[in-house]
Design a protein around this ligand. Sequence first.
Ligand SMILES: [Mg+2]
Length: 311
Amino acid sequence: MKKLLFVYNPHAGKGLLKPKVSDIIDIFVKAGYDVTAYPTQSYQDAYRKVTEYTDPYDLVVCSGGDGTIDEVVTGMMGREKKIPIGYIPTGTTNDFANSLKIPRDILRAADNAVNGAQFPCDIGQFNEDIFVYIAAFGLFTDVSYQTNQTAKNLLGHLAYVLEGTKRIFNIPSYRIKVTHDGETIEDEFIFGMVTNSRSVGGFRNMVGKNVAFDDGVFEVTLIKMPKNPIELQEIITALLLEQTDSKHMYSFKSGHLTFESLEEIPWTLDGEFGGDHDFVEIYNLKQALNIMVPKKHVEELSVSGKKEKNK
Ligand SMILES: [Mg+2]
């Protein structure tokens, strides 16, 4: 019999998951799995469980928010034998799940986790750490962002904070040397993100339209420090209109880049604190992990599907 490990955060998503756990396990059993269910007990417990298990599982299904999928993927990436991951999202934003077309309905997501298709998804290496869909630095990476769920709307929060800024020299900025694909950018930045997602904080258009999850490259967006109130207003407008503004932003794709700075900069990985760093090296680990997605959407997530369409 196939073996499935179900790791879930019973407190995620306002307790919506808890009353459905029995139905979820029933879906797994009907799909032919012997199920081990594990409710996480604390922060980093999902990571620990996936890192330490010794049973020969065929599939790991996790349920929770961004933090849970980040922990499970990070744990799996550290294992020698990587097995597919199914995801039942119950968090508040779920950019990654939406991008991968994973159903929002809990039971449909459970069905997708066992009956969907394996999609070889790119994963991010961030120094010694792993991220699934976003690594970012800048204004929002303060304490309030880390504790306040509503602030998970990254770019909306960014626009909000900028609008509340009376004087531009109050905006924290970082002098960074960014190196990618034989190019070097040295500038003063207020925000930067490296993403594998079609939306960030619910914003769909900022990261560009031609996003593929298996093409070996991330979308990179860097916002420059405004030099005067007019530039500040232009940045806010671009954020609110969800447009990249080449005058104030760098926007490119890359599979390998570094960030060097004199001071240590706080980063966030998948919405969780990712540490303070004066050197960051990011690699796109191409097609490193199989994630269960709806069969009918495999092609549109893939770079090969895009090539077909462009013919
Ligand atoms: Mg990509």
